[in-house]
Design a protein around this ligand. Structure first.
Ligand code: AHR
Length: 339
């Protein structure tokens, strides 16, 4: 009798759990939480022309972003794309809702740079669930949620860790392996900031003469970079080097260094990433030491990948972009690459 009672209690509990699990799942689907399975095939892409392509930009507050957007506008006609464009004005939630509205419009293909790794990962799964293939460009999403080759076609972009390595290698040479460094980080949570920090910090950690005395986000923006540098200069007047995760923050830091009565390029060595026109001009002026290029020209690459994918070709999970390197030895002949 006792065991019969135990059995019926177990059954009753299971019956309570099932509807609860069912409603949680429904809730998860409603909010677009990760529901895709590893073995679901990637959505197919039509070979029709024109192809309706959604491009969801993160923000348009610097030359790098403008060059990236332009490269998609420029390639559209050649690629047979009718592009729907949005600008999230630096907001993760706006970028998510921009993409959701493109899903609702049934675009044929989605291409976007995810502003931050984690908040933008679930919408990749929502697109897959809606049968829309996705190509990520420039930045990646959290691979524990959405995986290249399983949930989206591919990631087209630079090796940000290697960019950090190259910046550190240059700084070690330029300072004879002895420096007190301020690091200006990009947008917190963006793969570009995470990996550029990882790459640079791991090289510096192996060089005992190099110390990172402060590291703070300047959100990849020139004026934020200037403000952060202004504050950090007061707290660390002994700084001898700056590593900025992009040219815009480096240019902001140069303004702050000058305002503090110091000479950028002499009192303080600066290394950065991007290769914008402003960055190259600052190298030519002797204020910026070096810039590792980070190419923003993804339009033609995305077009090529999409066309090959539509024909059934297997696409690698990372289409790696190789980047140049600029310093005073080659800046004059490299001006043509600035944007
Ligand atoms: O993700 C690439 C970075 O984003 C660029 O270095 C920066 O300028 C942009 O905002």
């Amino acid at each position: 009798m006792a065991s019969h009672n135990t059995q019926s209690r177990k059954l009753a509990r299971r019956q309570q759990i099932r509807p609860l699990a069912g409603s949680l799942l429904a809730l998860a689907i409603g909010f677009g939480v990760a529901t895709a399975h590893a073995d679901d095939a990637l959505p197919k892409l039509s070979t029709k022309t024109p192809l309706k392509v959604g491009f969801a930009q993160t923000e348009s507050n610097n030359p790098w972003r403008l060059a990236e957007t332009k490269s998609f506008k420029d390639v559209a006609a050649k690629c047979g794309w009718q592009v729907v464009m949005t600008d999230a004005n630096g907001s993760n939630s706006k970028q998510v809702s921009d993409i959701q509205s493109m899903i609702a419009q049934h675009v044929d293909l989605l291409v976007f740079p995810p502003r931050e790794e984690k908040p933008l990962a679930p919408v990749v799964l929502q697109a897959k669930k809606a049968g829309i293939p996705v190509i990520l460009v420039d930045r990646n999403v959290d691979q524990s949620v959405a995986v290249a080759g399983r949930d989206y076609i591919t990631f087209i972009g630079s090796d940000f860790i290697d960019q950090g390595h190259r910046a550190a290698d240059w700084l070690i040479k330029a300072t004879g392996g002895k420096a007190k460094i301020i690091e200006l980080e990009g947008t917190t949570g963006a793969s570009a900031a995470n990996d550029r920090k990882k790459g640079f910090d791991e090289v510096v950690a192996k060089n005992p003469g190099m110390t990172i005395i402060a590291s703070q986000s300047g959100d990849f923006a020139r004026d934020k970079g200037r403000q952060v540098m202004e504050t950090l200069l007061q707290a660390h007047p002994d700084v001898t080097a700056v590593y900025a995760h992009n040219d815009e923050m480096a240019l902001g830091a140069i303004a702050a260094i000058k305002a503090a009565g110091k000479q950028p390029g002499k009192d303080i060595q600066i290394v950065t990433i991007d290769g914008t026109k402003g960055g190259l001009d600052a190298i030519a002026a002797g204020e910026l030491g070096a810039s590792v290029q980070s190419s923003p020209f993804f339009g033609p690459l995305a077009c090529d990948v999409a066309q090959r994918y539509a024909k059934g070709e297997k696409i690698p999970t990372w289409v790696k972009v190789s980047d140049r390197f600029y310093d005073k030895s080659n800046v004059q002949q490299s001006m043509q690459y600035g944007y």
